[in-house]
Design a protein around this ligand. Sequence first.
Ligand code: ATP
Length: 481
Amino acid sequence: MLDNNFNDIIKEKFSGEVFETVSRVADEMHLECYAIGGYVRDIFLYRPSKDIDIVTVGKGIELAEAVKKALGKKTKLSVFKNFGTAQIKYKDTEIEFVGARKESYERNSRKPIVEDGTLEDDQNRRDFTINALAICLNKDRFGELLDPFGGLKDMENLIIRTPLDPDITFSDDPLRMLRAIRFSSQLGFDIEPETFDAITRNKERIEIISKERIIDELNKIILSPKPSIGFIQLDQTGLLQIIFPELVALKGAETKEGVGHKDNFYHTLIVLDNISKKTNDLWLRWAAILHDIAKPATKRWDNKLGWTFHNHNFIGEKMIPGIFRRLKLPLNEKMKYVQKMVTLHMRPQVLVDEEISDSAVRRLLFEAGDDIDDLMTLCQADITSKNPEKVHRYLRNFEIVHQKLKDIEEKDHVRNFQPPIKGEEIMEIFGLPPGKEVGRLKSSIKDAIMDGVIPNEYDAAYKYLVEKARKIGLEPKKNNL
Ligand code: ATP
């Protein structure tokens, strides 16, 4: 990773107006000044990074103010006096300034008592060795790397490790336990065994962390390239049981009379990894996590059928608001989308049957609407058998369903179906007040179109409506044709 071209990389990454200005102004103010944290780490990982953290020994806010002045009008400065930090926005870069600090913690809070400190104190308070690297920006020592805990070596060996005693690091700020697992999942790094064991020992401490911070890290794990890495570690350390017990409840494969069912926890993780190869959409990934969430609640043994999980999709849909509320996920259209995916996740499979009517296909298109492609992505990701022959057959069937959906959509355009006659018009035609009768007549038009009895057109729908209404003794008061 790091070889002879180290100096070239540093030169390139610390060139340009921002760094030149910070360097010059810091020298003028006689302040030691370093780039630190994620920006430095990401250079060695070849990850793009726009957020720069700058640490000075003393006077972080004053340095930011002087840099803003030097960079001129296009720069926006925000000062957070309470935190002793300041932020500059310059073009598409955000630069955070802070004075080097020493931190000490009290047992029941992750908010430290902060004092001014040296660069070393500041590096000591960092969470992981790979996040504690600093590069000096003062002219005399420009580009000098300060790596007191061997962060570079850990990066080469793909290791997450705390700089100090992990028990203290995690007990001080338990959010770091989730950050360790998040970095491991994002970067594909291993957590060093002592660090890992300390997470297990300190797991209960996660209780002092706000739900908002927890979900922030969990979502980053979910958005990582192979999220199962993070979830397996969350499970092994016992954190998952505390923050998301419904998922742990999926574990286990019971056998009765020689008949087993799959372990739905590992199945869910495979589905999540499968879908993560296809989409970066957080909510579709959440749908994968939750698609079988009601299997434990619906599991039954049937002497004829073996293990059944009847209605686990509908019960799963009902469990989602409670889970979202507790985890502080949004209770808006994102949640509704996840619920829809979970309810419908088995429907495409059913359409494989040759005998299946066009009407069933139309109904699925209607119910899924614009989310039909996402549903098909979820459904495909859900094919996880260990038997390659079975997987091959399922995937072929899946293609057949895909084709059926395409053909019917091209023919009937029901994907964004709107009934050609609305409730208000029905009231007007028959002089009816709002009520059940209007609803029934309206759905009879929808059903007739879905079942292919009439085409999806106004005139046909109108004639059908009048016939239907006559049967219950209603005559049109006006002719709308
Ligand atoms: P990302 O941008 O992917 O979230 P990052 O490491 O840049 O990663 P930030 O949250 O911006 O994350 O943190 C910047 C730096 O601040 C980290 O690299 C680390 O040195 C330090 N840091 C952040 N959070 C903590 C924490 N909870 N405990 C100790 N140090 C932390």
